[in-house]
Design a protein around this ligand. Structure first.
Ligand SMILES: Cc1cc2nc3c(=O)[nH]c(=O)nc-3n(C[C@H](O)[C@H](O)[C@H](O)COP(=O)(O)OP(=O)(O)OC[C@H]3O[C@@H](n4cnc5c(N)ncnc54)[C@H](O)[C@@H]3O)c2cc1C
Length: 399
């Protein structure tokens, strides 16, 4: 019997486990944390991610999970609207915010209805097992060992699997961190859920209604080197001072609902090689994504589909380890063009934001010339979005 061990039950690990066990392959999925309710997990699914869930045959699960569609994207600079674009921007479905903990739980429950699935939660993988210079399994923190024909490193951006196997991660320079706030949402925010990016002076933040009922999410963008005493600051007043009057009034009236923020460090990078004998990295372990235009989960789902297409036929044939290892390089080759392009597009968008944040002259020209520049800026933004929304290469589940 072929045995697969997947390290990490984030979007990558859980969906791959489900696809494999549904196809009769024995999988052990190991997750370090005790439950999925860590303070922050990304929620934004682009049309490409929603389509990937459809291809996997699990989109029906969404109806029982808190989720909320976006109605539009709006950019406000110096208190004036630069432009607004309505969803779904030519796609068949709009960008949708989905509660990730509940989605992961539902996917695990679905995997558990199949034979050959084992889920170990609350224990991290501590090391890899080796046999003849090939990875042959994992060791858990309690000392238990799990042999595997293939180990999948789906353990996120700080991947232990990546480190233990010695695969390099080339990191983009670290520019920004995010302070993530939640505050009460009045019903109008839910009725017309606009993802607003607000830039005023050298400060910027985004605000939208999350998947959870009655909660606005606010991402405050800051330099990675900046030290803010987030507990002392009067955030309602800070947000209000940067916002158009109607939103400023909202912040002031709902000041007492602003929850203490968490600081999220943004790591972006790419592994020149995603695999070694007996190991494949997928999702953030192979290519940690920036939060810009919510790409990471969507790309992770698409990695999983491509990996399943290549691996399932081989695993059914109970092929030798050498053939499995050859397939790993094909998986990387198929995914690489999309990942590299998506990271470039994210970087372009981040650089434009940084230029506006840091250069007062450019900012003031843009504000003054907004009536003239609105159309071309909107057009060029839309052009970049298409690929980040629909995906760059063709990805379809064939097994
Ligand atoms: C601020 C911010 C906001 C974002 N928002 C979005 C968004 O809205 N939409 C979007 O598409 N992307 C978003 N992203 C990117 C997205 O979060 C990642 O790309 C995505 O989570 C990658 O999924 P993954 O399963 O590969 O890794 P992860 O989600 O990081 O999951 C890895 C899992 O492995 C587990 N693990 C780690 N080490 C071990 C170990 N040794 N043993 C066992 N388990 C282990 C972890 O506990 C974790 O559950 C955002 C990123 C940031 C920084």
């Amino acid at each position: 019997m072929v045995q697969i061990v997947i390290v990490g039950a984030g979007p990558t690990g859980v969906t791959l486990a489900l696809l494999l066990v549904k196809r009769g392959i024995t999988v052990t999925l190991i997750e370090a944390t005790k439950d999925f309710h860590r303070v922050f997990r990304g929620e934004g699914l682009m049309p490409s991610g929603l389509e990937a869930l459809e291809e996997m045959g699990v989109s029906a699960l969404l109806k029982d999970i808190p989720h909320r569609q976006l109605d539009a994207w709006e950019f406000i600079i110096g208190n004036k609207q630069l432009f607004q674009v309505d969803e779904p921007m030519g796609a068949t479905q709009p960008c949708t915010l989905v509660s990730q903990p509940l989605l992961l739980k539902a996917l695990i429950s679905s995997a558990q209805t199949n034979d050959g699935f084992e889920f170990i939660q609350g224990l991290p993988v501590k090391d890899l097992l080796w046999s003849n210079q090939r990875v042959a399994g994992v060791t858990l923190s309690d000392g238990r060992e799990f042999a595997a024909d293939l180990v999948i490193g789906a353990d996120g951006r700080n991947s232990l699997v990546r480190q233990r196997v010695g695969l390099e991660l080339v990191r983009q320079p670290k520019n920004i961190d995010i302070l993530w706030f939640k505050l009460a949402a009045s019903p109008e925010f839910a009725e017309n859920n606009v993802f607003r990016t607000i830039l005023n002076g050298d400060r910027a933040f985004t605000i939208f209604h999350g998947a959870e009922s009655g909660k606005l999410h606010l991402a405050w963008i800051m330099s990675a080197t900046e030290n803010t005493d987030s507990k002392q600051a009067n955030w309602a007043e800070i947000f209000a001072s940067l916002s158009p009057s109607w939103l400023a009034e909202y912040f002031r009236n709902h000041a007492d609902t602003i929850e203490s923020p968490i600081r999220l460090s943004v790591v972006v990078g790419y592994c020149p090689q995603w695999h070694a004998p007996g190991v494949l990295l997928l999702g953030d372990a192979a290519h940690p994504m920036s939060p810009v235009r919510v790409q990471g989960i969507n790309l992770a789902f698409r990695d999983v589909i491509v990996a399943a297409n290549h691996l399932v036929p081989l695993l059914h044939k109970k092929t030798g380890h050498q053939d499995i290892d050859i397939a790993l390089s094909r998986i990387q080759a198929e995914r690489e063009p999309e990942i590299i392009r998506a990271q470039q597009l994210q970087l372009e968008e981040a650089k434009q934001g940084e230029l506006l944040r840091k250069n007062a002259l450019v900012r003031s020209l843009l504000i003054q010339l907004a009536p003239l520049l609105r159309k071309p800026i909107k057009k060029s933004w839309l052009k970049r979005q298409y690929k980040m929304r629909q995906g760059i290469t063709q990805v379809h589940l064939t097994v």
